[in-house]
Write a protein that binds this ligand. Structure first.
Ligand code: PBG
Length: 327
């Protein structure tokens, strides 16, 4: 009998060798925690489809962001849930709107200790739930929406947001917001472009989290799940328009897109592990069907391996604690 010429298993023999041979690492500063703040509540309110995640009150949000800063995760991404909505999403650029007030409060609490980021999209603020304003025929009006986004972006920058997360998938949104920021002197405000954001089923629990009013779907602006090259094209356009960071979303079903985008751009590439990805693991773990911690850490590492420089994940704080334990 002949012996194997190659023995890759040598690199797997002991925990110490495996640790030394590991190609991909995850550290707390690569994790960003998405957070919800709801207008008009005084106690945090649980989200049924996202066990462990809440809609925060202003107070509980402030405390939670302070904890995120203590844990030294990379950042927090804030989403607002307003009490009142209208056709154009007026609450979005109102300095007294819930998201802008919350941003101000949080920045006053933590300053630059953690990167405070804000979702820049109209869907939480419109009474029809779409990410833009609508034409008379009911279709989303791309260019009229850009004017709303620039107003929203300026309001967020004035409130102290360090990074604007443009998640609306309107054409030209990055260029329009960048230009408006620069014209008002906000040249330091970062733009995170949700470049390759796919339409699909994985945002379901998020819609509960923000009390979404959406009927129908977002297929006329978010990408078709079958299209990988189009995701790369969107990322390239966003870089050209001035995006500081581009993102792929959801994460696990789109790792190929993530890898392709990573190979195509020279800015950081992030991924968003979305609500549906969170809910799947939590539900399976609650049944005892999957090892919760193992599945969470494996999914985060896989997203890193595919090319994400940082990851938006609802497990950011817990994962950061585990990562420190493992050191
Ligand atoms: C739009 C936005 C959405 C998410 C983040 N930003 C919802 C959507 O596109 O329908 C989803 C995040 C998640 O599912 O965790 N403001």
């Amino acid at each position: 009998m002949s012996f194997p010429e190659h023995r890759p298993r040598r690199l797997r023999r002991t925990p110490a060798v495996r640790r030394l041979a590991r190609e991909t690492h995850l550290v707390p500063s690569q994790l960003v925690l998405p957070m919800f703040v709801r207008e008009g509540i005084t106690e945090p309110s649980p989200i049924g489809s996202m066990p462990g995640i809440v809609q925060h009150s202003m107070d509980s949000l402030r405390r939670a962001v302070a904890e995120a800063a203590e844990q030294r995760i990379g950042g927090v991404m804030l989403f607002g849930v307003p009490e009142v909505r209208d056709a154009v999403g007026s609450g979005a650029d109102d300095p007294n709107g819930i998201l802008n007030r919350a941003t101000e409060a949080v920045v006053a609490e933590v300053g630059d200790a953690v990167v405070v980021q804000t979702d820049l999209c109209l869907d939480e603020f419109t009474d029809h739930g779409h990410c833009g304003v609508l034409r008379a025929d009911g279709a989303v009006d791309n260019d009229a929406t850009l004017e709303r986004y620039t107003a929203m972006g300026l309001a967020q920058a004035r409130a102290g947001s360090a990074m604007l997360g443009l998640s609306g998938m309107m054409d030209g949104q990055v260029g329009a917001v960048r230009e408006a920021l620069d014209a008002e002197g906000f040249t330091d405000t970062l733009v995170l472009a949700y470049s390759a954001k796919y339409a699909g089923a994985f945002y379901g629990p998020f819609r509960e989290a923000v009390d979404s009013q959406l009927k129908g779907d977002r297929r006329s602006y978010q990408l078709d799940p079958g299209n990988g090259r189009e995701g790369v094209r969107e990322a390239l356009l966003d870089v050209e328009e001035g995006a500081d960071i581009v993102m792929v979303k959801p994460a696990l079903p789109y790792l190929d897109v993530l890898a392709d985008v990573k190979a195509s751009v020279d800015v950081p590439v992030w991924a968003y592990q979305v609500s549906g990805e969170y809910a799947m693991v939590e539900a399976a773990a609650a049944h005892g069907w999957i090892d919760r911690r193992g599945a969470i850490m494996e999914s985060l590492l896989g997203i890193r391996r595919a090319g994400a420089d940082a990851i938006l994940t609802y497990w950011a704080l817990e994962a950061a604690r585990w990562l420190r334990e493992e050191l």
